[in-house]
Design a protein. Structure first.
Lengths: 113, 115
């Protein structure tokens, strides 16, 4: 079963605008990761934030993590049409020696040119 | 390119037939994972290998499913007596884990359609 939920389920914005996606999870984690998936293809790793980190940046991406609220957000600034994809958060459980990822249900982002 | 590869990319089969998928991980990666993704959902963990040992299996992996990773290299996932509910994208991922946090690298997936 999924670890948690992502919000919103779908988001449509104009090119150049910022997109914010939120993720909630249920258990204690080692880290939280964000992945992008284009239309029926494999997942591409975007960014990883450790449980002792609160914010991380990578290019136009900004991720925050609030372990007290068990939530994370992904901000994409100055969006482009090529950012159109589904975005998933995934958590690695603290007590899980397999380091498997538990994914959320995803946010489908549409960036209109 | 030395990314994760999966074969075939698409498979259409009739209910009751057996199917086998292959995953070739990144060569130096010691961990290999199989996930299943249905339409509109995030991937769900099926099983994982550390080198050649299968160390964990999800409850989603019924006895019709079997996975192997001989010699700790490529892996195969076989589904016997396929059912329509098996229709999904099957994703393979690999990572190198010593200590610390590492991302998983995903293959393009095998899309299975059971008719």
């Amino acid at each position: 079963s999924q670890q948690g939920e992502e919000d919103p389920q779908a988001l449509s914005i104009q090119e150049g605008e910022n997109a914010t996606m939120n993720c909630s999870y249920k258990t204690s984690i080692n880290n939280l990761q964000w992945y992008r998936q284009n239309s029926g293809r494999g997942l591409v790793h975007l960014i990883l934030i450790r449980s002792n980190e609160r914010e991380k940046h990578s290019g136009r991406l900004r991720v925050t993590l609030d372990t007290s609220k068990k939530s994370s957000s992904l901000l994409i600034t100055a969006s482009r049409a090529a950012d159109t994809a589904s975005y998933f958060c995934a958590t690695e459980g603290r007590m899980d020696s397999s380091y498997k990822l538990i994914f959320g249900s995803g946010t489908r982002l549409l960036v209109r040119p | 390119d030395t990314g994760v590869s999966q074969d075939p990319r698409h498979k259409i089969t009739k209910r009751g037939q057996n199917v086998t998928f292959r995953c070739d991980p990144i060569s130096e990666h010691n961990r290999l994972y199989w996930y299943r993704q249905t339409l509109g959902q995030g991937p769900e963990f099926l099983t994982y290998f550390q080198n050649e040992a299968q160390l964990e299996k999800s409850r989603l992996l019924s006895d019709r499913f079997s996975a192997e990773r001989p010699k700790g290299s490529f892996s195969t996932l076989e589904i016997q007596r396929t059912e329509q509910g098996d229709s999904a994208m099957y994703l393979c991922a690999s990572s190198y884990r010593d200590f610390g946090a590492y991302e998983q690298y995903f293959g393009p997936g095998t899309r299975l359609t059971v008719t």
